[in-house]
Ligand binder design. Structure first.
Ligand SMILES: C[S@@+](CC[C@H](N)C(=O)[O-])C[C@H]1O[C@@H](n2cnc3c(N)ncnc32)[C@H](O)[C@@H]1O
Length: 330
């Protein structure tokens, strides 16, 4: 497959430029906190976030808001090619007593990533099933209707979606995240997975622009559940907002949310609340590495992706910056 090119400009030069801008515009009030615990703030509560995402998806479920992420398989070729434990699909499936390889997308939104992947689950990849989940029930409904409207029977039969939030603690939801994944897998495949749960079910977990929406204090729990859901040898494909990405530079100071957690440099997370109440965090590589390694994953690929987006009206080239990475469960 053709390599996806996503190094349009130097991240380091962009960082220096942005730091200068921030120093001239940011007041010291950004660093002060007016609460002792993150969960004292309604905006950092997972239930509030699920509601905000429901509202977001309700408002954006019509018209041409949905844009398939066509580059997803070029960015992450392992989504279709990687099979956990070893690279021999047949043998691996036999070892795990699991008939299909599973790609699990967490925080699927309206299905921008799932749909392009599913379109490849034809003859060559017919042993692949895709499960998608989101904390927002509205997102899950929108995602299902997007997939169903493709009217391609192969696409529809290889797909299942469910509501779940890996950031919830035991007791906050009736079932745990791995239990939800297991139930969805059994429903989709008709296969019983006794014993499999202990070693995880997913060959690949896709996390695209979702960790940035998770309240920082909940990230440890979220990642532990992802770890428990991945098979040994399974991979996590991660893409999310990087520090100095355009929306971060555009946020007004009043949208900054002070979390008492810290990034790898000891500073508070670069966390903002959009006008609709949803959260948006911007990561540096070291913080992403720490988050994944603390959960037990091993780094395979970790870098900044820098992309020019052209504004068709003005012709301006807008600088987008993302963290792009792949981690593996040992
Ligand atoms: C920025 S959207 C990205 C959607 C999709 N991955 C994409 O790239 O188009 C973030 C999605 O993550 C979901 N989300 C936020 N927090 C979540 C959580 N704790 N657990 C599961 N999903 C979550 C939101 O409902 C939303 O659909």
């Amino acid at each position: 497959m053709v390599q996806y090119y996503d190094s349009d400009f130097s991240f380091e030069e962009h960082r220096i430029e942005c730091e200068q801008k921030l120093q001239s515009t940011t007041s010291s009030s950004t660093c002060t906190s007016n609460h002792e615990d993150d969960e004292d703030l309604a905006s950092l509560n997972p239930m509030t976030q699920a509601q905000c995402w429901d509202d977001f998806h309700t408002a954006h479920s019509h018209g041409n808001f949905f844009k398939p992420r066509r580059y997803i398989l070029k960015c992450f070729p392992c989504i279709l090619n990687h099979c956990a434990a070893d690279n021999n699909l047949a043998q691996n499936i036999e070892n795990c007593n699991q008939r299909y390889r599973l790609v699990l997308e967490v925080g699927c939104g309206s299905g921008s990533s799932c749909l392009p992947i599913l379109k490849h689950c034809n003859d060559e990849h017919k042993q692949t099933k895709i499960l998608a989940c989101d904390c927002s029930a509205v997102a899950v409904d929108v995602c299902k209707s997007v997939i169903e409207s493709s009217k391609d029977t192969i696409v529809v039969k290889n797909f299942g979606a469910f509501v779940s939030d890996p950031s919830l603690e035991v007791g906050e939801a009736e079932t745990t995240f791995p239990e939800d994944v297991k139930a969805a897998y059994e429903k989709l495949t008709g296969e019983k997975t006794e014993g499999v749960n202990d070693i995880g079910l997913a060959d690949v977990v896709l996390m695209v622009f979702v960790l940035s929406a998770v309240p920082p204090k909940r990230v440890t729990r979220f990642m532990k559940q992802i770890f428990n859901t991945a098979k040994s040898g399974g991979k996590v494909c991660f893409r999310d907002y990087a520090l100095y990405d355009l929306p971060m530079m555009r946020f007004k100071e009043t949208h900054y949310v002070h979390s008492t957690c810290s990034d790898s440099d000891g500073a508070a997370p670069r966390l903002y609340e959009r006008g609709d109440g949803t959260l948006s965090r911007f990561f540096d590589l070291e913080t992403v590495k720490c988050i994944f390694e603390a959960a037990g994953f091993v780094e395979e690929d970790l870098r900044y992706a820098t992309v020019f987006n052209e504004n068709r009206k003005t012709g301006d080239r807008l600088k987008r910056a993302f963290v792009h990475s792949v981690f593996r469960k040992p």
